[in-house]
Design a binder for this molecule. Structure first.
Ligand SMILES: [Zn+2]
Ligand SMILES: [Zn+2]
Length: 245
């Protein structure tokens, strides 16, 4: 174990925790981002992050490469699960759950596997888990600050009200889909060490605080246009397939 990884004790024997800067919501080209795994790692270093959670949509396939490329960073295996009622970040789990589950079933799956559950970008129309279901799931945290969200300050305020109303801890993430936005928002995690399990434990214990800034308007537009074109392309491909069948 490296010296800086060791838990430092004060003379009173109390644990002095580390404040780690970790972007808990990052996509790669293993799902719908343009960023390669190498570019994510490079960007995380440039932004002086301590770590990243790779949270591609429904897959953890980028994790192994990220971990290999970044022995200097904390790399958390995770995914963004698209449940029937909205998006959920699941961290510390090796495999994606079956597709098209209800949010409560995703949470059950994550708990069984010992994962951490964070509600992604709440309050957004169509893609967010509603408040009553969040209450039932009892997630470990709510992502109150998502750098990709349009009208950032409006949603940030609403999300903080939601988290405080449910007495849930808060996290921040870039939801990055391009190299330029990795680490725009991140979470300060107060962990006992740089060990991944210690970081997940700190999130479970609510020792988290969102920090950073919203992504630039130009980057948001660029990513939204690209994603809309991708969706159009997929829909066209599906229609052609239907005709052929
Ligand atoms: Zn999402
Ligand atoms: Zn996302």
């Amino acid at each position: 174990m490296r010296i800086k990884d060791r838990v430092k004790k004060t003379i009173l024997g109390q644990t002095k925790r580390m404040k780690l800067k970790i972007d808990l919501h990052v996509h790669t080209n293993h799902s719908d981002a343009i960023t390669s795994v190498g570019e994510v790692v490079e960007a995380a270093r440039l932004r002086h992050l301590d770590g990243i959670a790779i949270t591609d949509h429904g897959t953890t396939s980028a994790f192994a490469q990220a971990q290999k490329l970044a022995p200097d960073l904390i790399v958390i295996q995770g995914m963004e699960v698209e449940s029937r009622e909205g998006h959920i970040l699941v961290l510390g789990v090796k495999e994606a759950p079956p597709k098209d589950l209800e949010a409560t079933e995703v949470a059950k799956y994550a708990r069984q596997k010992g994962g951490v559950i964070i509600i992604a970008h709440p309050n957004m129309p169509f893609i967010s888990v509603p408040k009553d279901i969040i209450g039932r799931i009892k997630p470990d945290a709510i992502e109150t600050c998502n750098a990709k969200t349009p009208f950032f300050w409006h949603y940030k305020k609403k999300n903080i009200e939601l988290a405080e109303g449910l007495s849930l801890p808060q996290t921040g993430g870039s939801d990055s889909h391009s190299p330029q936005t990795v680490g725009d928002m991140y979470t300060i995690v107060e962990a006992d060490s740089r060990n991944t399990e210690a970081v997940l434990e700190a999130i479970r214990a609510g020792r988290t605080q969102p920090a950073g800034k919203t992504s630039s308007f130009k980057e948001k537009i660029r990513v939204d246009v690209r994603m809309a074109l991708m969706r159009l392309h997929i829909t066209r491909k599906d229609k052609t397939k239907d005709k052929e069948e």
